[in-house]
Design a protein around this ligand. Sequence first.
Ligand SMILES: C[S@@+](CC[C@H](N)C(=O)[O-])C[C@H]1O[C@@H](n2cnc3c(N)ncnc32)[C@H](O)[C@@H]1O
Length: 332
Amino acid sequence: MKASPAADFERLYALGTGFQVAEILFAAIRLGFFSALAAGPVTGKSLAKKLNLSPDALGRFMFALKNLGLIEERNGACIKTPLSKNYLGAAEAENYSDMLIHLETLKSSWANLSYSLKKGTMHAPRKEALADYPRQLKRFLSAMHAYGAVKSAAICRLFPLHRYRHLLDIGGGMGTYAVAFAQKNSRLQATVFDLETVVPHAKKYIRQCGMGRRVSVAHGECRSDPFPGNDYDLVLLSNILHIYAPGDARSIIKKAARALQSSGTLLIHDYIAGCGDQVLVSLFDMTMLVGTPEGRCHARTDLCQWMKAAGLSRIRTKAVNAGTSIMWGIKK
Ligand SMILES: C[S@@+](CC[C@H](N)C(=O)[O-])C[C@H]1O[C@@H](n2cnc3c(N)ncnc32)[C@H](O)[C@@H]1O
């Protein structure tokens, strides 16, 4: 049925105001608004004093947060809703603030979307951004870790991990997935393979988790350096193929399959065109357009073809959550 002009207007208006909702969320996190509510109800007046904000502007801001379901009012004071109580604010165990702040850092590259649409690639990074690399890397890895904590738990439920004993996690970042998989399957030994600059972060995290005896780390460049061994029964490519153009992604899959023993499994976890929430996949694809030289969300049909060409069969796909999916195949 055709929507009414008023409904069409509302839909377009809602699409156009999406950035405003995100800005409110980012500002609340940056200002420490949710952390200030961690101990319990606080009045607007004392919040304004604590956060050094204009009482009038904060009152209006709180009205917006209330309408977005992020705070509630009780007896004239402000409290968190279950959503912000469970996931936003420094005191919480599962804290998604890092993930949201990471989304905020994408704003500068998204501002170049028109440029990227004309040129077909990202705008050259600013010199200041390159100079800030160590700090940015730390922030990036902690954001990947925040996503990974949720996604790896979901993959543990969706994928038959208990069958495996020896994992290679290519582009494994801080080791979030390798640690989660090894915690789930006590007979699994894992190796995280990543760039040299990432390795100290992975070692630190793995040590903190007390998993150093079962999860090791090796450094290298996955397209040009050899992998540490070729007798894995599980190789994971999580969120790495989207950084690369189809040709490179195909070669990485081929090389990853070579690191498998016969009957081993190649497991891909990524934003895949044709599987999972396609709005989120397409937004992520634009993030790759504006933020990487050649990255993109690869199509399920292409991945399937590259996996078959790498000697894999019995290929299966399952949606994970928030746009990502897993796809796996067995080496003949
Ligand atoms: C988007 S992060 C994904 C991290 C983790 N696998 C996850 O799913 O959260 C991509 C990771 O791949 C690593 N990486 C990218 N290109 C690489 C390459 N050519 N060789 C080795 N590691 C690479 C990055 O350093 C980073 O840790």
